[in-house]
Design a protein around this ligand. Structure first.
Ligand SMILES: C[S@@+](CC[C@H](N)C(=O)[O-])C[C@H]1O[C@@H](n2cnc3c(N)ncnc32)[C@H](O)[C@@H]1O
Length: 372
């Protein structure tokens, strides 16, 4: 008897009409007809009086995440705070989506920071008085690190990329090794929100150069829910000889609309923050994006507002998303130099230098650990 099967290919859900056939004692499912999206499959089933009921594998959470812990964190955040932490949007197809976003003109932030690095990388490396291992925390495509590596030719370089997303690490590896095929490099999966990563930074100092320069670029600090916790994790992975370079967008009340302009109506960015929901069967037509500037917290907040009741299935569990519910998909903290100075001081750093764009809308901040 024919029945409908749900397939998840690269995060996109589609439906097939299949029947079970047996051949030489073995049974398998044979596709009779491709039904397309959920809506067109339902329509076909209604017309042909076929039960629209899924058989076969459901969307598999552990297939999306890197660990069981991440599954629990995702479920708890979604059920307990109506939030999907942004880090999950970089998993799986999120790598391709981030690659598209960081190169797009509409988003601007990637381009602005890249130009700033081109201008100041040499000065930053001069300011760092040590021979360093370059650690790229939340490495993304690795292309910004390339700009530093190009200017570190005076000695043998050591580069370590750290990221939560396996696919992002593969992308960075391909970009870095294309430029520097013989580079002494490592590409390691970590979650910097979980704790310090001294198990990586300490052996580097032992085996390679005596100090580390940690790059924390792309406004990544502004995207985490607890910046102090993340800075503390970084601080606990450093000694007094190390350096930290933070890349962050700055805030000025007159620029609120410009800041929102990076996001509002930007389809590539919407795809970027929709990776997880799409993997679990939602489409962007199931709701709409709401992007606001929260003045109290000085952050852009992006939510997906659900238009009709939906359900995310995983194994035997379900998460119900009710019509009208708003799911927080992104926060992006924007600050003024004074506030970031206070924040880093509270977590055990001193600012050595600010490197600013001409109109002071983006900063690279070079910090060093201090005594707490
Ligand atoms: C905004 S992108 C910036 C990428 C790159 N640094 C750049 O400037 O283009 C954030 C990066 O950090 C990674 N990331 C986000 N949260 C993370 C976490 N908790 N642990 C490790 N990596 C994380 C993402 O996978 C992504 O590659």
């Amino acid at each position: 008897m024919a029945f409908v099967r749900k397939k998840n290919v690269k995060g996109r859900l589609y439906f097939q009409l299949v029947e079970t056939v047996s051949n030489k004692g073995k049974t398998k499912q044979k596709v009779i007809k491709h039904l397309g999206t959920e809506d067109s499959a339902k329509e076909y089933c209604r017309k042909n009086k076929i039960l629209f009921k899924f058989k076969g594998p459901e969307a598999n959470l552990s297939g999306f995440f890197g660990s069981g812990k991440q599954v629990s964190e995702f479920v708890t955040a979604l059920k307990g705070r109506n939030e999907i932490p942004l880090k999950f949007e970089y998993l799986q197809d999120g790598a391709r989506r981030w690659n598209a976003l960081v190169h797009s003109r509409d988003y601007e932030l990637g381009v602005i920071e890249t130009e700033l690095i081109k201008e100041y990388a040499k000065e930053i490396l001069n300011e760092v008085k040590e021979k360093i291992n370059l650690i790229d925390l939340g490495c993304g495509t690795g292309e910004k690190a390339n700009l530093f590596l190009e200017r570190m030719k005076q000695y043998k370089r050591k580069y370590v990329a750290l990221d939560i997303s396996e696919n992002i690490l593969k992308l960075a590896e391909s970009n870095i090794l294309k430029k520097f095929p013989n580079l002494n490099s490592e590409f390691l999966k970590i979650d910097f929100e979980e704790g310090n990563f001294a198990q990586i930074t300490e052996p580097l100092r032992e085996k390679n150069y005596p100090a580390n320069l940690i790059l924390f670029l792309g406004n990544t600090l502004g995207n985490v829910s607890d910046m102090s916790r993340v800075l503390t994790n970084i601080r606990e992975s450093m000694t007094f000889r190390d350096y930290l370079l933070i890349g962050i967008e700055l805030f000025d009340i007159k620029r609120t609309q410009d800041i929102l302009g990076h996001y509002r109506g930007n389809r590539i960015w919407q795809d970027n923050i929709f990776t997880a929901l799409e993997y679990f069967g939602l489409t962007q037509n199931d709701g709409y994006f709401e992007v606001k500037f929260n003045r109290n917290k000085s952050q852009v907040e992006a939510r997906f507002v659900i238009k009709k009741d939906k359900e995310i299935n995983y194994g035997s569990k379900k998460i119900r998303l009710k019509k009208g519910e708003k799911i927080l998909l992104m926060i992006s903290y924007k600050t003024i130099p004074r506030n970031i100075q206070i924040l880093v001081a509270e977590t055990g750093f001193v600012v050595k230098r600010f490197f600013l764009t001409e109109n002071e809308d983006y900063a690279l901040i070079l910090c060093k650990p201090t005594k707490l």
